[in-house]
Design a protein around this ligand. Structure first.
Ligand code: XMP
Length: 517
């Protein structure tokens, strides 16, 4: 793999994604991992990420020089660049010239490995207080910026490279080209992480992991679980049973769609469990979002366990119990739940952190190292239709975390009706691809006065939360056309009883998460 060493910023994951976009497999490792362990992974190249510290700060993450001496090509970014410059004998100083945001880099050699084929002046995104003031011996300075005399260094001999700016962010105009030049020209790697290769590798991995055991898969209707199921089906065929739990927290038409779009297409074995009443009973009186998630996740597992026993009993084959549970967990879920590199636990996503401790299954998570765009590529490669592959994300706990307040059957009916209208209008306006997803939220514990027909009403607000995002880690609110908003608002307040107000959420993430709970 291409190892991305995480020096503690939010950027490591993004770098890993950019490497994958260059069709090379990448993995994020924490800077606390001993150099020997990193090298034991046999890295094809190493990228040192940015980080929040000054290289001089007390307790600043250090860079083991062994990483630079192993003959593996290394690319340092921002903090990683400074740590590298220092480790090789150059100097990094508090020059007082801080640079934050976009600045112009002057490329000294447009024929160099990193900058080949690029303009001599390019916009780059910076975030640094310290600057490298003297390059280490043997490293050529190939770019400067107003605030950094040494803004890029290269040594083709030892295959060591670095830039002070952040090539991984979109504001660095030629960032991806610089990164690809490092990977393909500097490190001489061949782009081989293609959809076909991913599928082959993942299918092999599942076969090896599961062997001749039986597995079941939680189909949630979302892209991730459907792609995971299709992959595992490709790997182990009818050793897999898909289970669709209708927890009553689904949107209109969802259960039918799973049957039509997925099962009929893949021929997967499907069991549908109607558990709506059970969920409503369990969720009665519960208002805390994390408790809702825990309850929903826990019920899921219990239902699977029962279904697994039923499958074995039905087939009269107790030689082969269901040992494995397939989950469509993605890399960002793993990292956001604190399973990646020690990042803070933001929400316990039910498919990762919310699993009960006494779970009886072992987990198959074939997508756990993939980013969303890769999941889509894998889905298409497996022959799934675009309708599935480009479905907008929908959270496992469903409408249960889109009712702020207690979940009841009446409230679910209200939200479902409002959500259906919003989806219809967004689809009709051709906006499905433009928005990442648009949660529709019922503020069940809030009431406001309105006037409808002849009288005063005292109803509930519906929140529209359209967001644009690349990976759900960050998001911005989508500037929907006013006429589309007006149509949605008009229809919801007219057609949905008990709703007399529609409001628009205009918060980015951060600080707001995409979902309200
Ligand atoms: P947030 O609200 O954390 O959401 O910004 C990021 C993305 O994750 C989805 N989401 C969930 N998915 N179980 C899931 O399977 C959950 O508990 C959960 N919570 C949020 C959300 O819809 C968005 O796409």
């Amino acid at each position: 793999p291409v190892l991305v060493v995480d020096f503690g910023a939010q950027y490591a994951q993004l770098i890993a994604r950019r490497v994958r976009e260059a069709q090379l497999y990448s993995e994020v490792v924490p800077h606390t991992m001993p150099a020997g362990e990193m090298l034991a992974k046999n890295p094809a190249a190493i990228v040192l990420s940015g980080g929040p510290s000054s290289v001089y700060a007390e307790g600043a993450p250090s860079l083991d020089p062994a990483l630079l001496e192993a003959g593996v090509p290394v690319f340092g970014i921002c903090y990683g660049f400074q740590a590298m410059v220092r480790a090789l004998g150059g100097s990094v100083e508090h020059t007082g010239l801080r640079e934050y945001g976009a600045t112009q880099a002057q490329i000294e050699d447009t024929g160099s490995t990193l900058f080949n084929g690029q303009p001599a002046e390019q916009s780059v995104w910076m975030s640094h207080g310290d600057s490298a003031s003297k390059a280490p011996e043997g490293l050529r300075v190939t770019a400067t910026t107003p605030g950094a005399a040494v803004a890029a260094v290269e040594d083709d001999e030892r295959k060591l490279y670095g830039v002070q700016w952040h090539p991984e962010v979109m504001h660095s105009t030629f960032g991806q080209r610089v990164l690809e030049n490092f990977l393909l020209r500097g490190a001489g790697l061949a782009a081989d992480w293609t959809p076909k290769a991913m599928v082959e590798e993942l299918v092999d991995g599942v076969r090896e992991q599961v062997g001749t055991d039986r597995a079941i898969c939680a189909l949630s209707g979302g892209v991730d679980s459907m792609v995971a199921a299709a992959l595992v089906q490709r790997a182990i065929g009818d050793q897999l049973t898909c289970v669709f739990v209708d927890h009553g927290l689904l949107r209109d038409g969802e259960a039918e769609q799973v049957r039509e779009d997925f099962v009929e297409l893949t021929g997967a074995d499907l069991v549908v469990v109607d558990a709506a009443d059970r969920y409503l009973t369990q969720l009665a009186g519960v208002t805390d979002p994390e408790r809702k998630r825990k309850i929903i996740g826990e019920q899921f597992i219990r239902i699977f366990e029962q279904t697994a026993r039923d499958i074995v009993a039905d087939r009269g084959d107790d030689q082969h119990p269901v040992k494995w549970l397939v989950q469509g967990t993605l890399y960002p879920d793993v990292v956001e739940s604190g399973g990646g590199t020690g990042t803070a636990n933001i929400k316990s996503h039910h498919n990762v952190g919310g699993l009960p401790d006494d779970i009886q299954f072992r987990l198959v998570e074939p997508l756990r190292l993939l980013f969303k765009d890769e999941v889509r590529q894998v889905g298409l490669e497996l022959g799934l239709p675009e309708k599935i592959v480009y479905r907008q994300p929908f959270p496992g706990p469903g409408l249960g975390i889109r009712i702020v307040g207690e979940v009841t059957a009446e409230r679910l009916a209200i939200l479902r009706a409002a959500d259906r209208i919003a989806r219809e209008e967004l689809t009709a306006a051709g906006l499905d691809r433009e928005i990442w997803q648009c949660p529709v939220v019922l503020l069940a514990d809030v009431r406001s006065v309105g006037v409808q027909g002849d009288g005063r009403t005292y109803g509930h607000p519906i929140v529209l939360r359209p967001v644009s995002s690349e990976d759900a880690m960050t998001a911005d609110w989508t500037r929907l056309p006013y006429d589309v908003l007006a149509r949605i608002s008009g229809r919801i307040t007219n057609e949905v009883p008990d709703v007399n107000r529609v409001v628009l959420d205009v918060t980015s993430k951060p600080p707001g998460t995409i979902e309200w709970e």
